[in-house]
Design a protein around this ligand. Structure first.
Ligand SMILES: *Cc1c(COP(=O)(O)O)cnc(C)c1O
Length: 386
């Protein structure tokens, strides 16, 4: 079976992990800060807070921005459920902004009209979570402009996008956001097995997130509210969690970072080859990548044109039977039973639903060969014409 994505682990990565196992620290040692500062340097952000997943990074990012009961958080329906769940963890309600069909990213025009409407009803979002779908940045300049106008905060869910660029600057530099979150799950661009990271240029937000990822505890005596009882003393200042990354995971992530540029380059080369193989087909359309974006290409997505949900489902099922693990990203989040219980109904974001019933994710990972790509495309085109 050709998977839709998979990790790429070198001997150097294995050695880095083994070194940690032989060291004094399995967790809370030197590797986590090393990984954090390396990613911050790569992305040109001031601070980085490593966590045990992007999901927990999104949670503490919402907490740091004071998301709580009575607040509303908006995100994209075309994402993994974690982009919305983080707000629910904080007791806030979630709402969804429809996408553009070309890129699968949040539509700025839809955002504009939804904001104007929300202002009238005094239901403006506290935080917006745009998702850089498939590895391409959203239109952050326009979104940041709206954030200023309407007074909301921005968390970029860049789980797909580490190594990508926007206006020739690295995604994660937080030029247009308060916090930007990466995932290092094995299907993503680089991996720490499980892991995530929250980037920010705000010292206070970074300190708050550091506290929240470790039980809400402070151990720096300059921050104590009470007089220290002695060298063992620590204080809990907030209800935090155990969301820490271990040194084992950080060592793997740090080692993988050496390959990030190469991985993203290979993904772009493979994506361009797919584009070429599909260029003559009138029934398949790859997603558009804008010229001011360098996609990290977490996913290679094509849309089937003039295709009904039955046919779409048939093509994906048949590809899998042929050993090609095609996938569909994403089921609109609000169609999940959990969000249906929150009152969302089918038809809420028409573009996200139309897109969902036509999109197919084809396998993409650095080791994929051109022969495999040819085979995938031949089978795809044959099935469409079935
Ligand atoms: C993978 C993913 C997440 C969650 O990442 P984890 O590290 O598995 O918690 C969140 N948002 C998006 C868009 C993702 O693709």
């Amino acid at each position: 079976m050709i998977p839709y994505g998979k990790q790429n682990i070198s001997q150097q990565d294995i050695d880095a992990v083994v070194d940690v196992l032989k060291s004094d620290w399995l967790t809370q040692g030197p590797k986590v800060p090393l990984f954090e500062s390396a990613v911050a340097q790569y992305c040109k952000s001031q601070y980085a807070v490593a966590t045990n997943s992007a999901t927990s990074a999104l949670h503490i990012a919402c907490m740091a921005l004071n998301v709580s009961e009575g607040d509303v958080v908006w995100t994209s329906p075309n994402s993994f459920i974690a982009s919305a769940n983080c707000a629910r963890y904080c007791g806030a309600s979630v709402d969804f902004v429809d996408i553009e069909l070309e890129t699968g990213n949040m539509c700025v025009d839809a955002l504009k009209s939804k904001l104007a409407d929300a202002q009238q009803h005094q239901r403006l979002p506290k935080v917006l979570i745009p998702v850089h779908f498939a590895g391409q940045s959203c239109d952050m300049k326009a979104i940041a402009q709206l954030a200023k106008q309407y007074g909301f905060k921005i968390i970029e869910d860049a789980s797909h996008a580490v190594g990508g660029r926007y206006d020739n600057k690295p995604i994660g530099n937080c030029e247009y956001s308060d916090i930007c979150v990466f995932s290092f799950h094995p299907v993503k661009i680089i991996t720490s097995a499980e892991g995530g990271m929250a980037m920010t240029n705000d010292e206070k937000l970074a300190a708050t997130m550091c506290q929240l990822r470790s039980h809400g505890v402070v151990s720096d005596d300059s921050l104590f509210a009470q007089t220290s009882h002695g060298p063992w003393y620590y204080e809990q200042h907030a209800l935090g969690y155990n969301y820490r990354m271990t040194d084992i995971h950080a060592a793997l992530g740090y080692s993988q970072l050496n390959s990030l540029g190469e991985f993203v380059h290979q993904r772009n080369v493979l994506a361009q080859h797919y584009d070429k193989l599909l260029a003559t087909s009138e029934k398949v359309l790859p997603l558009v990548v804008h010229s001011n974006c360098y996609s990290a290409y977490h996913l290679y997505v094509v849309k089937l044109l003039d295709c009904d949900p039955v046919k779409h489902s048939y093509v994906v099922k048949k590809l899998r039977e042929l050993g090609i693990y095609a996938h569909v990203h994403y089921i609109p989040i609000y169609l999940q039973p959990y969000y249906q219980q929150q009152g969302f109904q089918q038809g809420y974001c028409p573009n996200a639903e139309q897109y969902y019933h036509s999109a197919i994710t084809l396998p993409l990972f650095p080791e994929l060969s051109e022969e495999q790509q040819q085979d995938i495309v031949d089978n795809l085109l044959a099935l469409i014409n079935d």
